[in-house]
Every structure is written in structure tokens, then in C-alpha cells.
Write a protein that binds this ligand. Structure first.
Ligand SMILES: NC(=O)c1ccc[n+]([C@@H]2O[C@H](COP(=O)([O-])OP(=O)(O)OC[C@H]3O[C@@H](n4cnc5c(N)ncnc54)[C@H](OP(=O)(O)O)[C@@H]3O)[C@@H](O)[C@H]2O)c1
Length: 219
């Protein structure tokens, strides 16, 4: 599959390395433009381009940028595309967003409102970038780590689940986008290494108004 990546930081590079290894074609992009990505592109061995070029390139698109930047994504060009959303809301970085603070929406539902014609799947947001390559294991490995996904389109979720398996992860489907809060920042499933049954438990333990200790997932 061709994967266009918007963002070229820690998450983008981690997913790109795994996807390359499993035979996918990648294009990285960022806000500053391809000139600033020449070294990274060469180091990882992927194509680089503008955001518009990455969108045109990809059968699927990974959004790996700060949540505050999602309004810059090109709505029309992304219409009809499968978009994997790895963005998380960090108020100190992104600014306060009332509908998230009031638990009235989810990060992915806000993205879906902006990208109204895209098929959004929340994915790759609940693993630290530094664990992405380290924790990947072949299918069937004992204790293989599982990652959560959520989305409203069953076919899009199937594509993303298959991609996870190829990259080195089991998957747990947490339901529609409206349930994606279950693995947003500071929920029990957020950035903690669980196998499939452990992840199912963490997702079902999540409470809308309760957060785990800030940063505990980095310990
Ligand atoms: N780091 C983690 O462990 C981790 C884990 C899971 C999820 N996440 C989430 O995933 C997202 C990316 O995290 P990260 O750690 O990879 O961030 P990062 O290392 O800071 O990289 C962010 C990337 O986004 C690009 N970018 C920023 N604004 C952009 C725009 N408007 N258009 C295109 N590209 C843009 C930046 O390049 P320019 O500056 O050139 O634009 C940079 O390449 C965040 O929402 C984060 O919360 C992070």
C-alpha cells in the first residue's frame, strides 16, 4: 500500500520505518516543506514531498502532527481517503479546547468534522513513538502488543487492522469514533503496553471523566 504521511516527526518516522520494512511505499511531508526533510528522507529511505503531494501519493494517509495544526489539513484533497489519525490533545501544547475539556467530543470527531469527506480511523496514538519499533513483533508471538483503533467505517478499519498486523501489532477495535476517548491521553489504555486481552480490559475500565496521573504512561 502507498502511505502518505503528514508530519515527519517521531510518530511519522517510527511508523514509516515499520511500514517500509513490511513492503509498503511511503512519502513523508511536513509544514516547512521537502527541503527540510532531505536528511530524514535519506536516513529512513522514504520519498519526501509537500503535504499535497503526500495526500495525492497515499492510498491511506497518516496524520501525525500536533492536534492544534489539524485545521491546516486540506479537506478537499483528503475527501474519499482513508485517514489514520495519530494526533493527541495536549492542552499545554495545543491550547485549551473546551469541547474536549468538557468531554463533549473526541479528538478524532473534531478531525472528522474538518475532514468531512474522509474515512477517519483513530490509530497509532496510544503508543509512545519510542516504543513503535521496539515493541513490534511478528504475528503469533507470545504477548504481542495490541493497539486500539476506532472508526465509523468497517472497511477502513479492516485495512488499518491489517496494516497493524503487518507492522507488528495485534489490534483491538474500540468501536466508532465517538468511543475513541477510551484511548485518548490519560486513559488506562493510553501508551501502556498490553496484549489483546489486557487492552480490552483497559478500554472497558476507561471512565469518561477520570484521568490517570499525568505522565504516568511515560514511567
Ligand atoms: N511522540 C509520541 O510519543 C506520540 C505518540 C502517539 C501520538 N503522538 C501524537 O502524534 C502527533 C505527532 O507527534 P510527534 O511526537 O511525532 O510530533 P513531532 O515529533 O513534534 O513532529 C510533528 C511533525 O508535524 C509536522 N507539522 C506540524 N504542523 C504541521 C502542519 N500544519 N502540516 C504538516 N506538518 C506539520 C512537523 O513539521 P514542521 O514543523 O516542519 O511543520 C513535524 O514533522 C501529535 O499529535 C502527538 O500528540 C505522539
Amino acid at each position: 500500500m502507498r502511505i502518505g504521511i503528514i508530519g515527519a516527526g517521531l510518530v511519522a518516522q517510527g511508523v514509516a520505518q515499520l511500514a517500509l520494512k513490511s513492503g509498503h511505499e511511503l512519502m513523508l511531508s511536513n509544514g516547512r516543506g521537502p527541503e527540510s526533510l532531505r536528511d530524514a528522507g535519506r536516513k529512513i529511505g522514504v520519498s519526501i514531498g509537500t503535504v499535497d503531494e503526500a495526500v495525492a501519493f497515499g492510498d491511506a494517509i497518516l496524520v501525525a502532527i500536533p492536534f492544534s495544526a489539524i485545521h491546516t489539513l486540506p479537506t478537499e484533497a483528503l475527501s474519499g481517503k482513508l485517514v489514520m489519525d495519530a494526533a493527541n490533545y495536549y492542552p499545554e501544547r495545543d491550547g485549551r479546547i473546551e469541547e474536549l475539556d468538557m468531554r463533549e467530543s473526541t479528538t478524532s470527531n473534531i478531525l472528522a468534522r474538518h475532514l468531512s469527506g474522509s474515512l477517519i480511523v483513530k490509530a497509532f496514538n496510544a503508543i509512545l513513538a519510542s516504543d513503535l519499533v521496539k515493541d513490534a513483533k511478528p504475528a503469533g508471538s507470545p504477548g504481542r502488543r495490541a493497539l486500539p483503533i476506532a472508526g465509523d467505517d468497517a472497511q477502513a478499519k479492516q485495512v488499518v487492522a491489517t496494516l497493524h498486523d503487518e507492522l507488528g501489532y495485534d489490534v483491538v477495535d474500540a468501536g466508532p469514533l465517538s468511543e475513541s476517548w477510551r484511548f485518548e491521553r490519560a486513559k488506562p489504555a493510553y501508551c501502556v503496553a498490553f496484549d489483546e486481552s489486557g487492552l480490552r480490559g483497559a478500554l472497558s475500565r476507561a471512565e469518561r471523566d477520570r484521568e490517570v496521573e499525568e505522565g504516568s504512561w511515560r514511567k
